[in-house]
Design a protein around this ligand. Structure first.
Ligand SMILES: [Fe+2]
Length: 350
């Protein structure tokens, strides 16, 4: 009896691993592909009974790839389950020929419940009887367990983030409020510039914890009222790299969120730190974040200077379009600036 095969196409390695573990327990063989090239290689080697396809794959329009799979004779009849964090992408995927859509985040057991009947209907794979087919009552129970596990995991991560955020607050009184403000600005600006980035939950946590590496910076430098000397500035600049290293082993932060932490002081013109990246080699989340970080630094009271007005800060950001900041991100900033100002006023009132 040939085992059923599932191909998972998603750049989220943790999700691929969760799906693989769950499906292998049910007797599936699971291939993971982290991009389209790997997916094509896997499809050339063996035909899966179903494909799980992330619509938000980097570097390619997921809907376009889905249409291509539908038009190719070898893959035209294979059931495809599309996954995405956006319902709109889900509707587009269904219109493009996906048999089903599952909104992220989901439990792998929900996916199992969705895919098993699709494979049966399509007549692919050699479906056994009796113990080989998942009993519906057991499956519902498993789904419930999976949901609870997912919830517990999310709560555990939220608690970890809260502990780190309060550790920051204990070092530098202003930092925690700054983190909360820039997180709300950055989330709004991401919605304007690249809404799909918000599918990755690590992004928001990266915004919140962008300066976590400052935990390792001595008070004498962190809270110094005057200008930093060149060696002190170099020490301060280490916070970006230190922050990324601190969180390197937290899997749910280890995607776009970790990139924001490392690269939020890079500049479009290549004069930033720690890697002197330039233009599109800087992760997009970090390019977005850099704009709102500067906005908040200018409009908030800091030990080393008094704040400037909101309008003056906006003008300065527009002036730095294409120099310090990504011009497209600055255009997005200009478009949603009234919303950012509302968020600013809400924070002042809180
Ligand atoms: Fe920073």
């Amino acid at each position: 009896m040939r085992p059923r095969r599932l191909l998972v196409v998603d750049d989220d390695r943790l999700l691929c691993e969760l799906v693989r573990t769950t499906f292998e327990l049910e007797g599936y063989e699971v291939d993971s592909a982290y991009d389209v090239i790997e997916a094509e290689r896997s499809l050339a080697e063996s035909r899966p009974d179903a494909i799980l396809l992330d619509i938000g794959l980097p570097g390619i329009d997921g809907i376009f790839y889905l249409e291509r799979l539908r038009e190719t004779p070898q893959t035209s009849k294979i059931p495809i389950v599309a996954i995405s964090g956006s319902d709109e992408a889900g509707r587009a995927a269904r219109a493009a020929g996906a048999e089903a859509f599952l909104r992220k985040p989901f439990s792998p057991l929900e996916l199992l419940a969705l895919i098993t009947p699709l494979i049966r209907e399509a007549g692919f794979g050699t479906m056994g009887t009796g113990s080989d087919v998942v009993d519906a009552a057991n499956l519902n129970r498993l789904i419930e367990i999976g949901r609870r596990q997912h919830q517990l995991l999310n709560e555990a991560y939220a608690q970890t983030v809260a502990v780190l955020a309060s550790a920051l607050e204990s070092r530098d009184f202003g930092t925690s409020r700054h983190s909360r403000r820039v997180t709300s600005y950055a989330t709004r600006l991401t919605l304007e510039v690249a809404p799909r980035l918000l599918d990755d939950p690590s992004l928001e946590w990266g915004f919140l914890l962008h300066d976590v590496g400052k935990i390792a910076i001595p008070d004498g430098i962190l809270l110094k009222p005057g200008r930093l000397t060149p060696p002190e500035r170099r020490r301060m600049q280490e916070h970006a790299e230190l922050g990324e290293r601190l969180l390197a082993h937290v899997p749910l932060l280890n995607q776009e969120g970790a990139r924001v932490i490392r690269s939020h002081h890079e500049r479009w013109d290549g004069n930033g730190y720690p890697d002197r990246l330039s233009e599109e080699s800087i992760p997009l989340g970090a390019r977005i974040f850099a704009v709102v970080d500067a906005l908040d630094a200018m409009t908030d009271m800091r030990p080393y200077r008094t704040p400037v007005s909101w309008d003056a800060a906006v003008e300065e950001i527009l002036r730095c379009r294409g120099g310090h900041f990504d011009p497209d991100v600055v255009d997005g900033f200009e478009a949603c600036e009234p919303d950012l100002y509302s968020l600013h006023m809400q924070e002042l009132a809180a």
